[in-house]
Ligand binder design. Structure first.
Ligand SMILES: Cc1cc2nc3c(=O)[nH]c(=O)nc-3n(C[C@H](O)[C@H](O)[C@H](O)COP(=O)(O)OP(=O)(O)OC[C@H]3O[C@@H](n4cnc5c(N)ncnc54)[C@H](O)[C@@H]3O)c2cc1C
Length: 460
């Protein structure tokens, strides 16, 4: 609660331009991309932290006043991970956004948590280096947010997720101590892998105030192929064929007919809207090998009955294709007042059953769904435009969601591949993480945060 005591302490510790507490500002920072009910979850104040010391001071005040602390990068997570359940101080990292060092010899980057992912990628690429994790909203999302969610993206198929690129972190703990989780080395077998606990912990165990990231050499060239299909089944079976031939594209992404036509309606780029599905496949490496991979993949796509195959011949054309794919959620948001997305994942051999199952469930509940996904990983994002004020539609949506989660679990998969659990999937976690493991997770939370001040009421 925003008591006079809390207000006084915040105003005494931070300059006035770095503390927001008007009702309008508190509303603005109480939501993220989940679209949750703001009336119940109003933040108490927002603090723009600029240094590690600022973070430690905020932790001190939180402890003194028993106020929750909720870290916030760009607030783009889709599961309510930044929503202040029962209030709290929002720690905004947009002013801790410096790239502190790019070391070309060690191939590492040391960054503050508020650095925007796309900005970091541009900077390292100027030096011939590469930071692969690429959530579709990389133009705004931050390193801190992507560490806390273990974000991945299209390139995960070849290059892995955020966890594969974190060498070291400085973390402020719930009692205000500063700890280091790793080392500035490529390998480290020195005791427990403490860093892995913080990666994906959604800001519930500690506050990341600095990270050292592993970089790799930038691939010399790349090409993006877009192939359309008259049947979903043939698009998915071509994914299996590509992989079984031991080809290794950097991405294999998918859009269904609804996604193609919704994107084309609002952000026209010339997509073929009469097709049932499209695959977006990127290959990278040395120029000669890129051409060879493209030819082999295009041959498989033709065998798999792809009806139209296009590929980029320069950077702008590649970006043009990706812009269409990355616009899908924004386009869906134009159909109804709200939009939701998800990130269920199954072993790849069950992918077509998952895609078909989601479409049937949504149809049964009378919901529009635009399906996109990183299908090379077995992961699908059903984007559902909805009006939360329409009670009947909302009820059908909730039923559909629980059926989709059950389907993913029955197909041997899980309920989150990259977006996290947050508030949204909290009721479902016990269906996938068995009791003993969940008990250990709760004990870990108690150990790191005995007073439950770090992003409480999330995950479980
Ligand atoms: C259109 C769209 C497309 C997306 N595409 C993808 C995708 O392809 N792949 C994918 O993996 N994800 C995707 N996402 C979700 C993705 O996880 C987030 O967008 C992004 O990584 C979160 O970054 P953020 O800065 O917005 O974090 P926030 O939303 O601000 O925060 C996310 C979590 O991190 C915590 N946090 C933030 N900073 C810190 C810190 N310094 N220390 C501790 N905890 C912290 C927050 O408390 C919260 O729990 C997409 C989201 C949208 C809206």
């Amino acid at each position: 609660m925003l008591t006079d005591n809390l207000k006084k302490k915040l105003n005494k510790t931070f300059t006035s331009k770095n503390v927001l507490s008007s009702i309008e500002e508190r509303y603005a920072y109480s939501v993220d991309a989940l679209n949750s009910d703001i009336k119940e979850n109003l933040s108490d104040a927002i603090v723009f932290v600029r240094s590690i010391e600022d973070v430690q001071n905020a932790v001190k005040i939180a402890n003194q006043t028993s106020t929750p602390l909720i870290c916030r990068g760009a607030g783009t997570n889709t599961v309510g991970a930044c929503v202040p359940v029962h209030g709290g101080i929002i720690l905004n990292f947009s002013k801790m956004n410096k790239i502190l060092e790019i070391n070309t010899q060690n191939m590492t980057a040391r960054v503050q948590p508020g650095v925007v992912l796309g900005d970091l990628q541009k900077e390292v690429e100027k030096l011939g280096l590469f930071y692969p994790p690429d959530p579709s909203n990389l133009k705004v999302s931050t390193i801190g947010g992507s560490i806390a969610l273990n974000s991945a993206g299209a390139r995960c198929f070849k290059y892995g997720a955020t966890k594969d690129y974190i060498l070291d972190m400085l973390v402020v703990t719930s009692d205000g101590k500063l700890i280091r989780t790793g080392s500035n080395t490529i390998k480290n077998a020195t005791g427990y892998n403490l860093g892995s606990l913080f990666i994906g912990s959604e800001g519930t165990l500690g506050i990341v105030v600095e990270a050292t990231l592993k970089l790799i050499p930038k691939p010399q060239s790349n090409q993006v192929i877009m192939a359309y299909f008259d049947e979903i089944e043939s698009s998915i079976s071509s994914v299996d064929k590509i992989i079984s031939k031991k080809l290794f594209p950097s991405t294999i992404d998918f859009m269904d007919k609804n996604a193609l036509s919704t994107v084309e309606q609002f952000y026209p780029t010339g997509l073929l809207t009469d097709k049932k599905a499209a695959l977006i496949i990127e290959v990278d490496g040395e120029e000669l090998s890129v051409n060879k991979q493209r030819e082999e993949i295009c041959a498989i796509l033709r065998e798999s009955l792809a009806t139209n195959i296009q590929y980029s011949t320069n950077k702008d054309e590649a970006e043009h294709i990706w812009t269409a794919r990355r616009s899908s959620m924004a386009a869906c948001a134009r159909l109804k007042p709200n939009v939701t997305t998800d990130d269920i994942i199954v072993p790849r051999n069950n992918l077509s059953k998952l895609v078909e199952g989601i479409q049937n469930i949504c149809k049964h509940h009378n919901l529009i769904t635009c399906l996109v996904g990183h299908v090379g990983d077995g992961s699908v994002h059903p984007q559902i435009p909805i009006d939360f004020n329409d009670k009947k539609e909302y009820k059908e949506y909730k039923l559909a969601k629980s059926e989709i989660y059950r389907l993913a679990i029955n197909l041997g998969g899980t309920i989150s591949g990259e977006h996290g659990i947050g508030l949204e999937k909290r009721p479902y976690i016990a269906q996938v993480v068995e009791g003993g493991a969940l008990d250990y997770m709760r004990q870990i939370k108690k150990l790191f945060d005995p007073k439950n001040i770090l992003n409480p009421y999330k995950i479980f």
